[in-house]
Ligand binder design. Sequence first.
Ligand SMILES: [Fe+2]
Ligand SMILES: [Fe+2]
Length: 200
Amino acid sequence: MLSEKQIEALSDFIKPRMSKKRYIHSVNVAYEAVKLARKYGVDEDSAFIAGYLHDCAKELEPEKQKELMKRSRFQVDKVELSSNPLFHAVAGAVVANEEFGIEDAGVLAAIRYHTVAAPNMSALSEVIYLADLISADRDYKDVKRMRKIAYEGLCGAMLEALSFSVTDSVRKGNSIPVSTLLAYNDYVERIKNIKGKEGK
Ligand SMILES: [Fe+2]
Ligand SMILES: [Fe+2]
């Protein structure tokens, strides 16, 4: 378990970087991530840290976010490079690493993929992706249903979330990041395999 001092350090780091509303969201995501981590046997401290930090770059100027994103060690595709709302995930992993000193590759990947997802995601990355969707401050139309699904299985919840994301992008005429499409295909396969094993 993280000490009070460690939690304070996280809080001191993100508080000056964001509005009160986003700070509350970050804390909510951290606590939701811990609950999901407990349910799915994921390291709870890593979930808390990644949840706390996931939006740490979101309120930087878009140009600054882009600059950070460009020097990230993570691969970034053309769609991500041309979509402002997506910059902050990659930039956030850079900030968490360079300015807060996070070295854990799993935590950095969870921050980096919390917007677009990826194929072969770790359970920690899935937990952060889902915690961001269902945190206590979320109030979109289907949030209750998504909250329920999130606790019924990681793969099923990821497929549900990605199906929504892909469909929504298509409906709005937006491009879809390659990583999201690959993630979608990956979960379709994973669910097929799970159902195959269950003889359904
Ligand atoms: Fe975010
Ligand atoms: Fe978020």
